[in-house]
Design a protein around this ligand. Structure first.
Ligand code: 0RA
Length: 648
């Protein structure tokens, strides 16, 4: 019998190694990708475990440290991962949790685990993809430690001393052999996720420290995320800086299938894409049954109320869903036992039972709100009827001008230097600031696949102007025509004439401003192009190093990053032999230089724009583009070359 049980152990051991080996072989299957997104996923995985402990009521403080050596520490004051011998695996439970694939799921306790989609794969996945992991547990008056090397236990669980209280501390060093692109954690990405978690779980406290950034006293940059108002605070945050039509409306409901919470508030904005749906704390970018239920209920409640009060006449057509959601910011958060995540990025909720739960909660809650609050109700209906009228007027205008439609692709704008290829997949368009840079770009380009559209004059602030006024602007209409997709109800992403739409602006404050305006435009009216990964930002150099007194125009070295100048100069023994030229505008480079540094596919760097965090994009765009001028100026000065708010 003893022999048999030995065999059994070694069998299990092999299984463990094979399990984590499978994760190392196909990391994408477990964390989505080995790019920056997958890297940050490791942190969420560890933090989610602590959040589960907090939601179960055993912990009220979670802290996260970004260390200077690209490692992360997460601590909580929960019960501590159990250290006793696991009845089945015969090793300490904490070791089971860290080394056996999917073991994590068994330890969530009752209630709705936050995990779902790619989350909840278990902390053993983090262990498999880290070169080192250290876990310390405080329990029963003692502190224990255990450590792992590439997923294998390298220091068995041992007691390291006495301890007060209970809790878990996990530190991991991501494996550069897996995360070949980067192992550098981005503060904003983590901060945005923790903020979202704190909004979605009222009262939850997450503290983020970044030891790479210190103040004069040497204290790390620190931010506390905790919101007593939960998703009501979330909606206020989304609407910061906007003129609102009502105080946030909130309702919640529960049945045996799960719980739903909704917060909503209308503003005077024209945007219709500030409705965010979450399932078990996962942002369901692709929507799903909870979002469908919400939309149906809002459309119906608003129409019913408007009819019953005579605000819509018999002859009037119904308000469309888009009409009722114009200017609306809403957060829908459902929690359910067995979430089904579908869709291309596994961010679409499939559970059909959740639709009626949301629909009933919203119909009833919104219906009551409108009845009881006639003044804001009137403003909301009036906003929607205006949207309806604008939509009808736009359609009429379109029908009338269909023949000489400015937005039809057979009348391409005169300023466009198109490429000769008609294959959108290989074609790219550079949107260039100003005619002179446009001239250089036209000379520099490879006309086979590169088109140039110089932008002249001011770009309208679409955030404030709304679609109809924007369309009458020359700049915006030539942009739309050149891209070929049209906008609004006629938008067709498949009609895009280029699969790389590259914003190329000067590396100065004006350039940053223009870039922001363009990004706002794409975000508002062609978000699908961002989702498809068609929108890019060119990276022209900001400095060029040239040998002193050299008659050759040859530039020895280009520098693309403001902060890299001093370290590059230090690489040279005697930098005094070099002249540093600062490129204030694209126009200062000759066409060859522009080609070599910024346009040639083989040598350039492009930043791909993706709306990973629509909430943040929406908010910053508003703060930047809204009515207040001061915050805009400040922001642009601070982030002149930084477009991170769109998570690039
Ligand atoms: C299951 C049982 C118990 C604690 C935990 C899980 C736990 C896991 C993690 C992961 C990170 N922090 C955590 N904190 C707690 C304890 C059961 C008991 O004490 O009776």
């Amino acid at each position: 019998m003893a022999e048999k049980s030995n065999e059994h152990y070694s069998g299990e051991d092999i299984q463990v190694l094979e399990g984590l080996e499978a994760v190392r072989k196909r990391p994408g299957m477990y964390i989505g990708s080995t790019g920056p997104r997958g890297l940050h996923h490791l942190v969420y995985e560890v933090v989610d475990n602590s959040v589960d402990e907090a939601l179960a009521g055993f912990c009220n403080k979670i802290e996260v440290w970004i260390h200077s050596d690209n490692s992360i520490t997460v601590t909580d004051n929960g019960r501590g991962i159990p250290v006793d011998k696991h009845p089945k695996e015969k090793i300490p439970t904490v070791e089971v949790v860290l080394t056996i694939l999917h073991a994590g799921g068994k330890f969530g306790g009752a209630g709705y685990k936050v995990s779902g989609g790619l989350h909840g794969v278990g902390v053993s996945v983090v262990n498999a993809l880290s070169k080192r992991v250290e876990v310390n547990v405080r329990r029963d008056g003692k502190e224990y430690a255990i450590a792992f090397d590439h997923g294998k236990t390298c220091e068995k669980l041992h007691e390291i001393g006495k301890a007060k209280g209970t809790g878990t501390k996990t530190t991991f060093w991501p494996d550069e052999e897996i995360f070949t692109e980067t192992t550098i954690f981005d503060y904003d990405t983590l901060a945005n996720r923790f903020r979202e978690m704190a909004f979605l779980n009222k009262g939850l406290k997450i503290i983020l420290h970044d030891e790479r950034v210190t103040d004069a006293e040497g204290n790390p940059r620190t931010e506390v995320f905790q919101y007593a108002g939960g998703i009501i605070d979330f909606v206020k945050y989304l609407n910061a800086g906007k003129e609102t039509l009502n105080k946030p409306i909130y309702f919640e409901a529960e049945n045996e299938d799960g719980t739903v919470e909704v917060a909503m508030q209308w503003t005077t904005s024209y945007s219709t894409n500030s409705v965010m749906a979450f399932a078990n704390n996962i942002h369901t970018h692709e929507g799903g049954t909870h979002l469908d239920g919400f939309k149906q209920a809002v459309t119906r409640s608003i129409n019913e109320y408007a009819r019953s009060k005579g605000l819509l006449k018999e002859k009037d057509s119904n308000l469309s869903g888009d009409d009722t959601r114009e200017g609306l910011a809403a957060v829908i958060s459902v929690k359910l036992h067995d979430p089904q995540f579908e869709g291309q990025t596994k961010t679409k909720l499939g559970n059909t039972e959740i639709r009626p739960l949301v629909q009933n909660a919203v119909s009833q809650g919104l219906g009551e709100y409108l009845e009881e609050n006639p003044a804001p109700a009137k403003r909301i209906i009036s906003k929607a009827t205006q949207a309806l009228r604008a939509r009808e007027a736009a359609r009429k205008a379109r029908e009338m001008t269909r023949r000489k439609n400015v937005l039809d692709s057979f009348s391409l704008p005169g300023k466009l230097a198109d490429c000769s290829s008609k294959n959108a997949e290989e074609s790219e368009i550079f949107i260039v600031e100003g005619d002179s840079a446009g001239g250089s770009a036209k000379q520099a380009r490879d006309r086979k696949f590169q088109a140039i559209l110089p932008l002249r004059g001011k770009i309208l602030n679409v955030e404030r102007a709304g679609l109809n006024r924007s369309l009458s602007s020359d700049t915006i209409s030539s942009l739309i025509t050149a891209i070929g997709t049209n906008v609004g109800e006629d938008f067709d992403a498949d009609a895009a004439r280029y699969h790389r739409i590259i914003i190329m602006t000067d590396a100065d404050v004006d350039g940053a401003h223009i870039r922001c305006l363009l990004l706002t435009f794409f975000y508002r009216y062609m978000p699908e192009l961002i989702n498809r990964g068609y929108i890019y930002i060119a990276q022209p150099p900001i400095f060029g190093l040239k040998k002193k007194n050299s008659r050759s125009p040859k530039v020895e070295r280009y520098i693309y990053d403001e902060s890299a100048l001093s370290s590059v100069l230090a690489e040279y023994d005697d930098p005094s032999k070099f002249d540093v030229q600062r490129y204030k505008g694209l126009g200062e480079m000759d066409p060859d230089q522009l080609w070599e540094t910024t346009m040639e596919p083989a040598t350039r760097t492009l930043l791909q724009v993706n709306i990973d965090d629509a909430a943040e994009a929406e908010r910053v765009v508003t703060e930047l583009m809204g009515d207040q001028v001061e915050p805009r100026k400040e922001f642009i000065q601070k982030h002149a070359r930084d477009v991170r708010f769109l998570d690039i």
